[in-house]
Design a protein around this ligand. Structure first.
Ligand SMILES: Nc1ncnc2c1ncn2[C@@H]1O[C@H](COP(=O)(O)OP(=O)(O)OP(=O)(O)O)[C@@H](O)[C@H]1O
Length: 261
């Protein structure tokens, strides 16, 4: 089933073309990675899908319904969740309370009294925490958690809204390599089982090539390649303008590391 259809999105900021004729689609249960160098237009594309940015032209539809230019809250209500480069949680609250707040919000209740929130949706929150492997930490304040665990809680918060589509902006930013692999594997497992479409940006190519079903490569606002991880890895233009560059940076880094005693 086609979940998301993006057609001919364009966005300019003054003299800069941040997105030019960006078109793609995404199925339920599919993981689509958007990669590209800094300034390629990844965040701009996300913003236009999630409603943070209004496109100059083009359209976005979710399950056949146009959502182009709707405010982000309306798009969230239609089933588009989002996680951010820096995890968005309430650090003074416990893990469970953070997820309960998200459930309260999803069910359209006002987040008025914290005391009431503490009693609401606790079993549902514990179930969600179970799914991300954090049930044992339910009553710890988020402030005490390692960053990788905060990201798991953020995933549970996003799942509380029962999303059809998850937009994940660099989900593994700031994490150690082992934690990154674990978070991506967890996300991919949940998405495939629950038929949630995931659109994600990522600078960690290991995470992208291990978990994306398909990859879009953006350079200066334009899609220069698209396809399966193998197709994109073997694409000469991608190697030349992006992966080659990343590879040589990585090689430089490892040379520097060997040079330092
Ligand atoms: N609000 C804005 N005002 C002006 N220019 C912007 C704005 N947002 C983005 N741009 C420009 O649009 C281009 C695309 O930026 P965008 O943030 O979408 O790239 P990106 O691929 O997400 O980059 P990064 O990997 O660094 O996050 C860049 O040249 C950027 O400077």
């Amino acid at each position: 089933m086609t979940l998301l259809v993006v057609e001919g999105l364009n966005k300019r900021f003054g003299g800069v073309t941040a997105a030019r004729d960006v078109s793609f689609s995404l199925d339920a249960g599919e993981l689509l990675a958007v990669i590209g160098p800094n300034g390629a237009g990844k965040s701009t594309t996300f913003g236009m899908v999630g409603g943070q940015l209004r496109p100059d032209s083009g359209s976005v539809s979710l399950l056949g319904e146009p959502i182009t230019g709707l405010p982000s809250r309306a798009i969230w209500r239609k089933g588009v969740g989002r996680t951010f480069q820096v995890a968005q949680t309430f650090v003074s609250m416990t893990v469970a309370e953070n997820v309960q707040m998200a459930l309260v919000s999803h069910h359209g209740r006002t987040r008025n009294l914290l005391a009431r929130t503490r009693a609401l949706y606790r079993p549902e929150a514990l179930d969600l925490l179970d799914r991300v492997g954090m049930r044992g930490d339910a009553d710890r304040p988020v402030a005490e958690l390692a960053y990788g665990d905060v990201k798991r809680v953020e995933l549970a918060i996003a799942l509380a809204a029962a999303p059809k589509l998850l937009l994940m902006d660099e989900p593994t930013a700031g994490m150690a390599p082992r934690e990154r692999a674990a978070l991506m594997a967890l996300t991919a497992g949940i998405a495939r089982r629950d038929r949630i479409g995931v659109l994600f940006t990522e600078h960690d190519m290991d995470a992208v090539f291990a978990h994306a079903d398909r990859i879009l490569v953006l350079v200066r606002g334009e899609i220069i390649a698209r396809g399966s991880p193998d197709e994109v890895r073997g694409n000469a233009r991608v190697k030349q303008v992006y992966l080659g560059e990343t590879g040589s940076r990585a090689a430089l880094r490892s040379r520097r590391e060997t040079a330092v005693p």
